[in-house]
Design a protein around this ligand. Structure first.
Ligand SMILES: [Zn+2]
Length: 408
């Protein structure tokens, strides 16, 4: 029997692991309350002291900040440059599913903040081979992105001898309250493998007898070894442990201050995140829905309920509205990865439907089980507003943008 939090809408089947207290409230909601009670000025001062030690004496970079073109990157760089007064080297892992707006936001980011950036473009043939493998094996087309985002930052830290990496919020804290903010947890190889990579490490992929992925294909996605980390002193801090993280308010500040561009999403009410990717709120989100019984909009709704900007009932109406929306850009992905038959591709996606949430009726038909609070009656309309600050229309042609590899 799936249990739902009495406050937000997370189920007991949350993939990061969630626990409920005697009142039926989840660990994520409990830890979220710390945002209203901790002494955040004290915590920010602590962060300033901590990061001050990493100021480069040779007029070099003080830290590394991994960035994308569409989530919390503007705010992270804003804090690093303007509040902590550090000189960051920005790093960006090219996920290859980029939209126009992703590129526009990234170039505006480095110009507005005056930062150097390194972009890693891995061999696209290897990435396609790897993505095909993770799709068929685990129903995951985002494995290489999760792997690359972290491994590239840590590798750059060692290569350039810049020990400090600064991240935004910690997903395990934000969603399920895996740790208290007071624990001040830092980046670890263990969390990366267990949660970001769903316990599917690069080593496991190479050693899988079904896999044709070679060490050469995946070499750039390895986490540096323990000795390299210790020799460099690499550590990754999360700003969310020192600043009461609220991505809606933060992104609205970024729109006003730095002209951060946004876009209305078809599958979410939140205009500020994930429009940098053709797949995140589409194929990737559909697979999340099939495997875990809920889609990205539930994560965003839970966040808004916890900040008391919508009620639980309004949250249910938002989820119901958006999780049924059709996914787009399947053609782009099939074309990119080299799959031709649409029906067999959709059957492949269907095969990842988890029997906890889906009942198989016959070979091709599934029915969603009525096991969730999302089916409740007496739904209230929501009234939460997200601004929109659209980017330039540079081309009417849709297609992934590959940076240096051009429009192929
Ligand atoms: Zn909750």
């Amino acid at each position: 029997m799936i249990q739902f939090c009495k406050k937000c809408l997370y189920p007991s089947t949350h993939p990061l692991g969630i626990i409920f207290n005697a009142n039926g409230v989840c660990s994520g909601c409990e830890i979220h309350e710390e945002k209203f009670t901790l002494d955040w000025q004290f915590r920010l001062n602590k962060l300033k002291k901590l990061t001050n030690k990493y100021r480069s004496k040779k007029n070099n970079y003080d830290c590394i900040v991994p960035v994308t073109g569409g989530t919390d990157s503007y705010f992270i760089v804003h804090v690093v440059k303007n509040i902590l007064k550090l000189n960051p080297l920005l790093v960006h892992y090219n996920k290859y599913y980029n939209t126009n707006l992703s590129i526009e936001n990234l170039s505006n980011l480095r110009i507005k903040f005056g930062c150097d950036i390194i972009i890693q473009n891995l061999n696209m043939n290897s990435i396609k081979k790897l993505t095909k493998y993770t799709l068929y094996k685990k129903g995951n087309i985002y494995w290489h992105c999760h792997a690359g985002n972290t491994s590239f930052a840590v590798q750059t830290s060692i290569k350039y001898k810049i020990p400090l990496i600064i991240w935004g919020s910690h997903q395990g804290i934000e969603q399920v309250g895996m740790f208290s903010h007071k624990d001040e947890v830092e980046m670890t190889n263990r969390y990366w493998i267990d949660h970001d990579l769903f316990n599917f490490s690069p080593e496991k992929i190479i050693n899988d007898i079904d896999s044709e992925i070679t060490e050469e294909d995946i070499n750039s996605l390895f986490y540096p070894n323990f000795k390299e980390i210790m020799d460099c002193g690499t550590r990754g801090l999360y700003l969310g442990n020192y600043i009461p993280w609220d991505s809606k308010i933060q992104n609205e500040l970024m729109i006003r201050k730095y002209n951060y561009k946004t876009q209305k999403n078809i599958r979410s009410f939140d205009n500020y995140q994930y429009f940098d990717c053709y797949n995140y709120l589409n194929i990737h989100d559909l697979l999340k829905f099939f495997k875990h019984g809920y889609s990205k909009v539930t994560d965003q709704v839970c966040r808004e309920i916890r900040f008391k900007r919508i009620s639980r009932e309004q949250g249910i109406s938002i989820i119901r509205h958006y999780e049924k929306k059709k996914i787009s850009h399947i053609d782009l992905f099939m074309d990119w990865i080299g799959i031709k038959d649409f029906t067999s591709f959709m059957n492949l996606l269907d095969s990842f439907k988890n029997e906890i949430f889906w009942r198989k009726i016959d070979v091709k038909k599934y029915k969603r089980k009525v096991c969730s609070d999302y089916h409740k009656k007496n739904i209230k309309k929501h009234n939460i507003a997200f601004k929109n600050n659209p980017g330039k229309i540079v081309s009417s042609k849709k297609g992934y943008i590959f940076f240096g590899k051009g429009f192929i």
